[in-house]
Design a binder for this molecule. Structure first.
Ligand SMILES: [Zn+2]
Length: 96
């Protein structure tokens, strides 16, 4: 399990209070599944969440295919410019 830091900011806000979230830790379970702990920056809230980010489809084909990755092609209707952060981020309540 490789742990590493990230320098991007999550675009989702705290589900409880709407405050800004900051990533505290992140790790990859495998190439297609990534977890993060994010903490609400609102001092009156302070909630910490576990976030799951999963690659589900490939929208535009790669020029450097990885033989261990076999993502399904996205349906034609999904071929639109969407932010991976906004579309793939799922918030999971700790302790679930
Ligand atoms: Zn909050």
């Amino acid at each position: 399990m490789a742990r590493h830091n990230h320098h991007y900011r999550p675009k989702r806000s705290c589900p409880e209070c709407g405050g800004a979230l900051r990533i505290r830790d992140g790790w990859s379970k495998h190439a297609l599944l990534h977890f993060e702990y994010v903490q609400c920056q609102n001092s009156e809230c302070g909630a910490v969440y576990r976030v799951q980010r999963e690659f589900t489809h490939i929208v535009s084909p790669t020029g450097k295919p990885n033989p261990t990755v076999n993502l399904p092609r996205a349906p034609g209707s999904a071929l639109k410019p969407v932010s991976i952060d906004a579309s793939q981020l799922q918030l999971i309540i700790p302790g679930e």
